[in-house]
Design a protein around this ligand. Structure first.
Ligand code: HEM
Length: 187
C-alpha cells in the first residue's frame, strides 16, 4: 500500500499515545523505517505488522485498532491535501458512500498503483443503509466500520455500523448495516 497509510498509522499512534509508544510499536513490528514516504509503495504485510504490534503494545484487540484508524483517516486525509476531494465526494452520508469508487478513481490519478476497494450502497425503506465492500485484501472489515463512523461524524451524525454478512467464497463482499442514530448539533 502507499506509504500514506503507514504515515497515518504513525500519526495516530504519536498523536494519541506519544512518540515513545510509537517507537515501541515500530520495534515490535520489526519496521526499520522511521519515516514513510506517502507516494512510495510498501508491502501490505508491513502495515498488518504495525496493526498487530499496535494491538499488543496498547493492549486492545486488532479490530479496535483498525476501527480507530478508520475514524482517524477521515480527519487525516482532509488535512493531508485531500480536503477538496473529500468535499467533492458528497454532501450527505449516503451520497458520499455512493461516490466512494469515484473518489478512489480520482486518487488514482496521483497514485497510479493504487489497488482500491469497491463499495455500493442502498437505502432501505426505514432509512437504514446497506453497504457492500469488495476488497482484494483480508481482514479489513473493522477498518470500514471506523471509516463509516468517521464519515457520519463529518456530516454531524452518529452511526451504528454492523457487519451483518461477512464475505464468503461464493459471496465476495462484506455487507454492513448502517443505522444513523443521532443528528448531532442540528436540532
Ligand atoms: C481523500 C481521501 C482518501 C484517500 C487519499 C484514500 C487513499 C487510499 C489509499 C492510498 C489506500 C491504500 C490502497 C493502496 O495503496 O493500494 C486506500 C485504501 C482503502 N480505502 Fe481509501 N482513501 C480515501 C478515502 C477513503 C474513504 C472515505 C473510505 C471510506 C470507506 C476509504 C476506504 C478505503 C478502504 C476500506 C481501503 C482498504 C483497501 C482494501 O480494502 O483493499 N477510503 N485508500
Amino acid at each position: 500500500m502507499y506509504g500514506m497509510i503507514n504515515r497515518a498509522v504513525k500519526g495516530l499512534a504519536v498523536d494519541r499515545y506519544g512518540a515513545e509508544t510509537w517507537a515501541r510499536i515500530r520495534v515490535l513490528a520489526k519496521v526499520d523505517e522511521v519515516e514513510f514516504l506517502s507516494m512510495e509503495q510498501y508491502p501490505d504485510e508491513l502495515t498488518y505488522r504495525l496493526v498487530a504490534a499496535s494491538s499488543e503494545v496498547l493492549g486492545v484487540p486488532a479490530d479496535q485498532v483498525l476501527q480507530a484508524f478508520g475514524e482517524y483517516w477521515i480527519e487525516y486525509t482532509a488535512e493531508a491535501g485531500y480536503g477538496e476531494i473529500m468535499r467533492a465526494a458528497g454532501r450527505s452520508l449516503p451520497e458520499f458512500l455512493a461516490n466512494l469508487d469515484q473518489l478512489h478513481t480520482r486518487i488514482r490519478f496521483g497514485m497510479p498503483q493504487l489497488r482500491p476497494p469497491s463499495f455500493s450502497v442502498t437505502e432501505a425503506e426505514d432509512g437504514t443503509l446497506l453497504l457492500r465492500y469488495v476488497s482484494e485484501r483480508e481482514g479489513l472489515a473493522p477498518l470500514v466500520v471506523g471509516l463509516v463512523k468517521g464519515l457520519a461524524r463529518k456530516f454531524g451524525e452518529s452511526a451504528e455500523v454492523e457487519l451483518v454478512a461477512p464475505r464468503t467464497k461464493d459471496r465476495p463482499f462484506d455487507e454492513f448495516r448502517i443505522v444513523r442514530t443521532a443528528i448531532v448539533g442540528t436540532a
